[in-house]
Design a binder for this molecule. Sequence first.
Ligand code: COA
Length: 256
Amino acid sequence: MTEYVKVEVEAGVMTLTLSRPDKKNALSNAMYGVLADSLERAETDPAVRVVVFQGDGDAFTAGNDLQDFAAQATGAFTGERHVLRFIRALALATRPLVAAVHGQAVGVGTTMLLHCDLVFVSPDARLTVPFVNLALVPEAASSLLLPARIGHARAYAMFALGEAVDGTTAAAWGLANAVVPRDELRARARAAADQVATRPLGALTVTKRLMRDGEAIAALMDKEAALFGERLQTAEAREAFMAFAERRPPDFSKVG
Ligand code: COA
């Protein structure tokens, strides 16, 4: 275990388990670093034929660590933002990606699923992308991929109103392959990964490349990231992060 992400490789399957349950698996910069390193390794390590994402505790992930966002908003954080390396690795991944999602999947917890090839959800899954509530904007190419997957109206309600999508609805809308009882979720994702691991890697790689243009997706991510970085510096974003820390609703009326 490194930095709250468990990395295991067994029988061709790399399993990345988010394991910071007391913080609902909120993703710190260091955790993104481990995820990025692991995806980069998966591309070149012949022992890895497929990657599975899952979460410990009662949530998949509460998304980006809001304390990290607050530090970025005030200029207190100046290092490399590993999240950008992580989402780029998602866009360019040639290995099949599988996700097992239960409970909260906030922000990047949902947008990363748009880069996964097989997604299994439990009925209690709660997919949200509340970027606008945080005075932020969509990332990880979700501004294109989410409306493409579920239509503009549904995607807008998710982005702008922060509307949640439960597991059953996620499967009905094509965000997930299947709804699986919580106690069978990991086994189902693993069985799917095991099956994929037996398929010829060359054919899988070309199939995925034909289905999605990773370079174009990564280019859109860069554009979004520039705007996201600008929004992080705004007074409205600082108000959103302060409100979360103070456990009160944000008041945007005074900040524009
Ligand atoms: N960043 C940092 N800490 C987080 C976090 C995040 N994104 N999400 C949750 N936590 C922490 C809480 O501060 C709390 O810590 P504490 O016990 O030290 O006070 C702990 O995790 C449990 O969270 P809590 O809010 O009490 O759980 P909940 O079940 O009532 O609600 C969520 C769960 C996910 C709905 C809620 O925590 C939430 O909305 N989190 C923010 C999600 C978000 O906006 N992410 C960014 C998306 S871009």
